[in-house]
Ligand binder design. Structure first.
Ligand code: HEM
Ligand code: HEM
Length: 181
């Protein structure tokens, strides 16, 4: 359960697992895009699609867990305007964690290369095959992914500033293992 000192266990596990998948999915996209088309690039595309879709599922789970358990109060030592900006960045991160995989799913539908989740379940195409739409969605997918990267960098820098400069408990609430006994 969430309390004043910490996020709940579920929120913490989902946060760091999602962060790990982001760290995998973006370099995977760069590598798959740089290879000649063939069995290896096809396998990496499939992994990118499945890991990306897992991020969507984990984010949905995370929002449900957030609604049930709540979040710790905003840090007291930080000006209200900064807490407001931090809240808006969290909102934008959630929006991107939904939008990027959904645009990816629409993109592969428009390309006629459906998403087969973990090689097991073929997900329905939800837009018709359309080359121009595929190209446009590809551009949107890429742009949103780079906005996500920029916001994550800002977000991580803010967390580190709290920990090393303000020396408060903002990072330890999301990473209790750092807390001094
Ligand atoms: C949060 C999840 C995801 C992130 C952060 C992400 C990120 C990226 C990035 C950075 C690229 C490279 C863009 C470029 O430089 O051209 C890319 C390409 C691609 N992504 Fe994703 N992606 C995610 C989820 C998905 C999902 C769920 C699918 C499909 C179901 C998908 C399908 C693709 C495809 C097909 C490409 C290649 C596009 C092209 O060749 O033009 N992605 N993705
Ligand atoms: C890599 C991708 C990451 C994503 C997508 C992400 C996303 C998020 C989101 C959406 C929240 C809000 C949670 C909520 O209130 O429901 C959050 C909280 C938090 N994240 Fe991240 N995060 C990432 C990486 C990191 C990293 C690398 C750090 C540390 C260096 C970090 C530290 C934190 C902390 C300390 C909080 C709690 C902030 C607070 O209590 O106000 N995150 N993260």
């Amino acid at each position: 359960m969430t309390n004043n000192q910490s996020y709940g266990k579920t929120a913490i596990v989902l946060h760091w697992f999602t962060a790990l998948l982001i760290v995998l999915v973006i370099p995977l996209a760069w590598i798959m895009g740089s290879l000649e088309r063939g069995p290896l690039s096809a396998a990496l595309f499939d992994w990118h699609k499945s890991i990306g879709f897992s991020i969507l599922l984990l984010t949905a789970l995370r929002l449900v867990s957030r609604l049930i358990s709540g979040v710790p109060p905003a840090p007291e030592n930080t000006p209200a305007v900064i807490n407001k900006i931090s809240g808006l960045i969290h909102l934008a991160l959630y929006a991107l964690l939904f939008a990027i995989p959904l645009v990816g799913w629409a993109m592969v539908s428009a390309a006629g290369h459906p998403l087969v989740y973990l090689g097991l379940w073929q997900l329905p195409d939800f837009v018709a095959k359309d080359h121009a739409l595929h190209e446009t969605l590809g551009d949107v997918h890429e742009t949103l992914a780079y906005v996500l990267l920029a916001l994550v960098a800002l977000h991580a820098a803010a967390a580190l500033k709290h920990h090393f400069i303000q020396r408060d408990d903002v990072l330890t609430r999301m990473m209790p293992s750092l807390r001094k006994r």
